[in-house]
Design a protein around this ligand. Sequence first.
Ligand SMILES: Cc1cc2nc3c(=O)[nH]c(=O)nc-3n(C[C@H](O)[C@H](O)[C@H](O)COP(=O)(O)O)c2cc1C
Length: 168
Amino acid sequence: MFDDPAASGTSAHDIAHFRQVMGRFCTGVTIVTAVDGGEPVGFTAQSFTSVSLEPPLISFCPGKSVGSWARIRSAGTFCVNILSEEQEALCRTFASKGQDKFRGVGWHPGPATGAPVLDGVIGWVEAQIVAEHEAGDHLIVVGRVIDLDSDGGQPLLFYRGGFGRFQP
Ligand SMILES: Cc1cc2nc3c(=O)[nH]c(=O)nc-3n(C[C@H](O)[C@H](O)[C@H](O)COP(=O)(O)O)c2cc1C
């Protein structure tokens, strides 16, 4: 059980335990991209999920310290790129604070929004931001899907802090 947050805040032990248990939830990995001021921006996110079918809504959760978020918000539209098992290095690049994450990365503008669709991804979803909710040290961003497609290949998986591949 968690310590009483009103009394002490969340303890280091509670944070470690939270991470340890949540790490049991295996996810895919995405890179959320946009074009802001003519420049491509993006960051790695595992918090992507499908939310609603009618209307088609998706969400992801940027931390409040994620620099790319302000620029994605300013763009108003974004693209979620679903990474393949071959793209662990790309995942790490976009999980860094580097200024030039797109150097050497192949991409083309998404047909609906112009947000980068990265070469080699197994799926991509373009969306318009329709809501942004406060959630502790993160935000919950909801997007309405405008266009999407998928391609061949297997997903990159993230589990217990490490990367893996899907085997049926
Ligand atoms: C596998 C993986 C998943 C991640 N998922 C998220 C996420 O869902 N939300 C988030 O805010 N950061 C997530 N991160 C961390 C961000 O990618 C990282 O903070 C990045 O440096 C943000 O870049 P920026 O500040 O340049 O925008 C993830 C990192 C990794 C390696």
